[in-house]
Write a protein that binds this ligand. Structure first.
Ligand code: RET
Length: 229
């Protein structure tokens, strides 16, 4: 059951990576976004392959299966997805790279403390790390919707529309991850291990492949503006 999901993840992510590269915009102004969006499922395919093969798949003292490649995947893919949004918002302010460092720092803290929560056997320790991770997650949202949103609003037009829509979509989909984690075997255990693997697979397809495609289409619409600036 879980093996099927993991193999499906490997196949879907591999094909998704190729499709995003083939379909994404290629002009000088936006090519880097296409590269980012096809690299993300390539990394995810690697993680699904590792999980399918059982590489870095451990068992917690209470028998819960820990899929560690997932956290390695997230540690690389989530900063890439955020970097795409930062590049868009800072199009006219490329020297304000501090936002990139800050948002990636918070994001990495979120994933690493999420991993600490998952591997913790003690329920209280697990909850503390979970909440700590959520605090870092809130920081990521604060940067996306605060200073970066402000920069993007100052441009207006299709560029701002692309930033707003991509950021909204990302914010909504990402929110599901901590919820599934909390309900899954790593947290309260309301959802079975197999169900959580399938649900996260669906979330991963939406957050990486569907998002990559739709974000690319919105960037195509903003291409003339991005070229002019
Ligand atoms: C964890 C557990 C602890 C609390 C929080 C989490 C957030 C995870 C997120 C993951 C997003 C992953 C994506 C992958 C696809 O590219 C680590 C589950 C807040 C937001 C989008």
């Amino acid at each position: 059951m879980e093996k099927t999901a993991l193999l499906t993840g490997f196949v879907v992510m591999s094909l998704g990576s190729l499709a995003l590269y083939a379909k994404g915009p290629k002009s000088n102004a936006v090519r880097h976004h296409t590269q980012i969006h096809s690299l993300v499922p390539f990394i995810a395919a690697t993680s699904y392959l590792a999980m399918y093969l059982g590489t870095m798949v451990l068992t917690r003292q209470d028998g819960v299966t820990l899929y560690l490649p997932r956290y390695a995947d997230w540690l690389f893919t989530t900063p890439l997805l955020l970097a795409g949004l930062v590049a868009l918002a800072l199009h006219e302010h490329p020297r304000q790279g501090g936002y990139l460092v800050a948002i990636i720092g918070l994001d990495a803290l979120m994933i690493v403390t999420g991993l600490l929560s998952a591997i913790s056997f003690d329920g209280t320790v697990r909850l503390v790390w979970f909440l700590w991770s959520c605090a870092a997650f809130a920081g990521v949202y604060a940067i996306l919707w605060g200073p970066l949103r402000q920069r993007s609003a100052s441009y207006g037009g299709a560029l701002d529309e692309a930033y707003r829509k991509n950021t909204t979509q990302l914010s909504v989909v990402w929110l599901a991850y901590p919820v599934v984690f909390a309900l899954g075997p790593e947290g309260f255990g309301t959802i079975s291990s197999a169900a959580s693997v399938w649900i996260i697979l669906i979330l991963d397809v939406v957050a990486k492949v569907v998002y990559g495609y739709v974000a690319g289409e919105r960037l195509k619409a903003a291409e003339p503006e991005l070229q002019r600036r």
